[in-house]
Ligand binder design. Sequence first.
Ligand code: SF4
Length: 380
Amino acid sequence: MNPGIYVHIPYCSSKCHYCDFNSYALGQARTEPYVRALLREIERTAAEVKTESRFETVFFGGGTPTMCSGEQLVRILNALRSSYDLSPEAEITTEANPGTVTLEQLAQLRQGGFNRISFGVQSFDNALLRSIGRIHTDRQAEEAVALAREAGFANINVDLMFGLPGQALPAFGETLDRAFELDVPHLSIYGLIVEEGTAFGRWHEQGKLDLPDDSLEREMYDLVLEQTAEYGYEQYEISNFAKPGFRCAHNQVYWRNEPYLGFGAGAVAYWNGVRRTNCLLPGEYVRRMREVVSLSIEEERLDPRDALGESLMLGLRMMDGVDIDALSQRFGLDVRFLYAAHLRRMTELHLLESDGSRMRLTREGLPLANEVWAGFIGGG
Ligand code: SF4
């Protein structure tokens, strides 16, 4: 197993209307105390979690990590290098908002060891970008990708969304075309989920959100599958598409339910079978680090049955699927026996298929993945 490291930067310029991530519109001024707290957490955890593991992936997410300066992000990465054995070939990603990057910052990141960058673009339709609360324009997104290339990044991801309020199929098709023109090696393309506690969640309750219906959303997803294949992207996960050799290694750590350390406010770590979540608010995080108090607000040791169910759910997101014999062995439980009825039903409905011990979603199963996963939660 190749463990990963996640670092959370919870700052954003403003809050996007759909966003339920642990992120706050706090501005850049507050980042330095937070960065210092992160450095202390990295050092403190290294003293607590003695590990010989070599880490193959590091991912800075948020929030908007590029609200921090290049120097700050590189300082955090260097602290990780001093405390842990990072593989020389490790994939080191930062998320970035096209509205917050400069060439100088990107060059600093590249020189400091970051080798992958993931831009939250979401759409190339400026009216739509404004209506979902994004701070950048289509041109800024294109410029950001160009700047990243100029700074030496070859491994670039662009995030897009579909199923947005008022979004029509031709408009989404144009956004896809613009993304293909950028010719980046990785695309993550997600359908909108309206989450409680977000601006969209409130507007939806008030009946103010003009969401595409299920069939239009399905057409959008079909367009994604058709066109990504046409442009030479391989679908390797429900929402992720890569040119050969550019799959995101870090996300595969999550989908394979492999261990990872997590640093920062709200960060989750999954280590030695225990899932631990840090306190959410950046101010509280800084205070707890200063007062040398535990950061943890939730700690859960997953029993083998729950861990197996989660591994099936996560693993089936990948087009390679899961090796059910290997999972049975890993958790000491027999997948074929435990989930016999559910597996039979899903196979009869052509939502799941298997080839020896490898099991995966079918093309028909992709948009109905929730139904398949439901059977792995809490029973067969
Ligand atoms: S930039 Fe990303 S993390 Fe920040 S509010 Fe928007 S979606 Fe959320």
